[in-house]
Design a protein around this ligand. Structure first.
Ligand code: DX5
Ligand code: ZN
Length: 216
């Protein structure tokens, strides 16, 4: 099964962003993952609107935005207007989740539901029919370089089981090492956000690393 390999662009070298995107495109990545943080919903600020605009302008590959911001419903059109293909919102930060997911879909884009380690499937069950993608946070959101939270394994297994009733794809985000990618590819997870655990700040070329991940 061809997993979706999604480079976490907050980990990229912003001093050479255009070159990074060229190298990642040549390596054959599937979706550029842009972590947008407001310093409120998560205690960090990473990428901004201009970074997403630059990435969008440099590639025809799919681009997603992971909105780790308060009240994302008020800002989704900013990202849709600039051509983002997939928007992940957190139900923990949005009062009108159904309305916001429906709005994203009404604009012909992919609607993503990002769920924190603390959030149970039971509390988002009603939203599952609206989600094209589910982003399971396997670390507490906000920072790269953390350890994989084993407590999320049961949630992933539940989502894999329930997937028969729905049409969502499952992507995991946080501490996706080659070992984790191998384990969860075999279980049927559709995609992985690649940060410092598998892709960035390594000695080897992106194409070598991506090719090796594809073979897992
Ligand atoms: C965490 C970010 C992830 C992170 C993944 O909030 O959403 O994209 O950068 O990178 P590593 O592999 O370092 O956890
Ligand atoms: Zn993310």
């Amino acid at each position: 099964m061809k997993q979706l390999l999604c480079p976490s662009m907050m980990c990229a070298d912003f001093g050479n962003l255009r070159k990074e995107i060229g190298d990642l495109d040549r390596a054959g990545v599937d979706i550029y993952h842009c972590d947008i943080m407001d310093g409120q919903f998560v205690p960090n600020m990473t990428m901004g609107i201009n970074d997403v605009k630059t990435i969008r302008a440099c590639t025809d590959t799919l681009v997603d935005c992971h909105l780790m911001i308060e009240n994302p419903g008020e800002k989704v059109d900013w990202f849709l207007d600039m051509g983002v293909d997939l928007l992940y919102i957190h139900p923990e930060s949005e009062r009108y989740v159904v309305k916001t997911l429906s709005h994203i879909k009404s604009r012909g884009k992919l609607a993503g539901l990002a769920i924190n380690p603390d959030t149970s499937i039971e509390t988002v069950r009603e939203l599952l029919p609206l989600a094209d993608y589910i982003l399971v946070m396997t670390v507490s959101p906000g920072f790269a370089g953390q350890a994989f939270l084993d407590l999320t394994r049961k949630k992933i297994a539940t989502l894999l089981q329930m997937r028969r009733e729905y049409s969502y794809k499952i992507v995991i985000d946080g501490a996706c090492s080659p070992e984790i990618i191998k384990e969860f590819t075999r279980l049927g997870v559709d995609g992985f956000v690649l940060g410092t655990s598998a892709l960035f700040n390594k000695k080897e070329e992106y194409s070598t690393l991506i090719e090796r991940l594809r073979s897992l």
